[in-house]
Each structure stands twice: as structure tokens, then as C-alpha cells.
Design a protein around this ligand. Structure first.
Ligand code: ZN
Length: 305
């Protein structure tokens, strides 16, 4: 069965899974839709490392550390509220050839002679060590491999959240087969290869820039200028596993959402704060400060005669 969420736009297919709410935004406005032919088919997929109970253990551990201020609604979440989703993404790799030029800094120390005037007016000549910097030009070619760049093609999960869920161990990618995803929700590709290729190249350029800065010799550099050319690019549609808990625990608030990397168990989310817990914490802190102030005042009082 294929559905589309009217709220976040995620295109989902459920196979052996039932859900009346969008797993990403807990919106009830999911409608059945016809199959679309122009969406890419995944070539590789990364499997889930465990079931919903496995994800629940990670979630509980994560909530536990935040329980002091977290809203109790999170604790009440049921295992069934956790939805396993195969998220669409593109895996990019390339060889990057970079021509660069820079001024490389070398520090050296020199002994400097200077005149010092004492308090009584006598002048003395003294020496001191000073550090100076010399620049020399350097240019060349650098060859780097860009691998493991994953760009999300999901409509349900925003870029930032996905980036915080990374990394995935891509050595465990296997060839996609429908049997692999059965029992899970599969999200379809909402972003095209062209758009993801542009994002991948930007991300690759950042990675190459970082590598280049580490690779430059000397004590520092200035005027770094570089041009990158990519060769042997490849872009493969892949599916990666995520667990999503989306709860609309109060009708007047946006849903709370916690996302778990289905392979590593990394958890990303924001805890809805409970106002009364925060108030109690604040009052408690104020009481402690007041007690300290009173104690200090009492101790400073002159002893009774
Ligand atoms: Zn949605």
C-alpha cells in the first residue's frame, strides 16, 4: 500500500505494517496514492541491527539521562509507537583532483638586542628571543578519494536530523531485495538524483578542503586557493534504517520526535520540557541560594557577649 502524508510530504509504502498516522510527524492526514514510475529504485540497502525492542532499549537509555526535566509523556510511549523506516538516500563517491596554491608559514626564533632603562636612569643592553614567521609559496596537485557521502532524499526527515544520525557503516550495505524491507515502512525517494548530486559535490568539496588543510606542511598557511575537479563520480540510490518515535502528546503543540539510527543506535531528538519540573528545579535552586545567604549572614553576626 502506498501513502502520502499531507503534512510533511513523505511518500511511504507499508508492507505488512499498519499505521493510520504519519510515522514522521504523527499527522493523521495520510492518503493512499498511486504508484509513481519515475522515482528511482534503491540499489543497495543497509539492514536494521535489531527490532523495535532493541530500539526501545536505546530510547529508554536516552530518556533516562534527560528524565529530570523531560515531559512524562515520553516515558509513556509504547514500543508500538516506534516505527522502523527504510529511509531513501544517495550514496556518492568520487575521485577528486585538486590544484592548490598557498603561502606556507615557517616559524623561527631570533635573538634580538634591545636597550633597557633602569629606574635610576642607567641604560643597559639586553637580549631576548623573538618568534618570527617566514612565508614561502607552495603549489601542487592533490588526489583524494571521496567516499561515504550520504545525502538524504527523504521528505519526512530534515537534513540536520539526518546528519546528526550519521555515520552509517557502509561496509554492511547489501544489494536491495524486496524481502529485506518487508515488515518495515519504506519511504520513497522525494528528491531527485540531480539535486542530491549537487549537495554531494558541495559536501565532497568541504571534505577535500578539510583534507587539504591537514595535508599542507609548515606551521600555518595563508592565501590558500584551490580548484577541485571530480572524476569517476558515482551516485547510487540506497536505503538506510531509522527508528522514528513521533508523538502528538498535546493537540496544541507540535509533535515531539526522537529518531534512532537503526544500525548504530545513535539517538537524536529534543526532549519536551515539563514546565512544572523546571519550576520545581528553579524553586529548589532559589531555596538553596537563600539558605546559603542566611547562613553567611548568621555566621557574620558578632557573637553574643
Ligand atoms: Zn508526515
Amino acid at each position: 500500500m502506498r501513502f502520502e502524508c499531507g503534512q510533511c510530504g513523505a511518500a511511504l509504502s507499508f508492507d505488512g505494517v499498519r499505521s493510520t498516522l504519519c510515522p514522521y510527524c504523527a499527522s493523521p492526514s495520510i492518503v493512499e496514492r498511486p504508484a509513481s514510475s519515475e522515482k528511482p529504485d534503491p540499489v543497495f540497502a543497509c539492514a536494521f541491527a535489531g527490532d523495535a525492542a532493541w530500539a526501545r532499549v536505546r530510547l529508554d537509555r536516552w530518556i533516562g539521562r534527560r528524565m529530570i526535566v523531560a515531559d512524562p509523556a515520553l516515558r509513556r510511549a509504547r514500543v508500538e509507537d516506534l516505527k522502523g523506516i527504510y529511509l531513501p538516500a544517495f550514496l556518492y563517491s568520487a575521485v577528486a583532483r585538486t590544484d592548490y596554491s598557498a603561502s606556507i608559514a615557517e616559524h623561527y626564533t631570533e635573538t634580538e638586542t634591545y636597550t633597557k632603562t633602569d629606574e635610576d636612569g642607567t641604560k643597559r643592553t639586553e637580549t631576548r628571543q623573538v618568534t618570527r614567521t617566514e612565508y614561502r609559496p607552495l603549489s601542487g596537485e592533490h588526489l583524494g578519494y571521496v567516499t561515504d557521502v550520504i545525502v538524504s532524499a527523504s521528505a519526512g526527515l530534515d537534513h540536520d536530523t539526518f546528519a546528526r544520525l550519521e555515520p552509517y557503516d557502509l561496509r554492511q550495505l547489501r544489494r536491495y531485495a524486496p524481502a529485506l524491507v518487508s515488515g518495515f515502512i519504506q519511504e520513497e525517494f522525494s528528491r531527485g538524483a540531480d539535486e542530491c548530486l549537487r549537495v554531494s559535490r558541495t559536501s565532497a568539496a568541504d571534505a577535500v578542503g578539510d583534507e587539504l588543510r591537514r595535508f599542507l606542511p609548515g606551521d600555518g598557511y595563508a592565501d590558500l586557493d584551490w580548484r577541485m575537479e571530480v572524476q569517476w563520480e558515482s551516485l547510487d540510490p540506497v536505503l538506510v534504517p531509522v527508528w522514528v518515535l513521533a508523538l502528538r502528546y498535546r493537540p496544541d503543540r507540535p509533535p515531539v520526535r526522537v529518531v534512532i539510527n537503526g544500525q548504530t543506535g545513535a539517538v537524536v531528538g529534543t526532549v519536551p520540557l515539563s514546565w512544572w519540573k523546571l519550576l520545581l528545579l528553579g524553586l529548589g535552586a532559589a531555596a538553596v541560594i537563600a539558605a546559603i545567604v542566611l547562613l553567611v549572614l548568621y555566621l557574620r553576626e558578632p557573637p553574643p557577649v
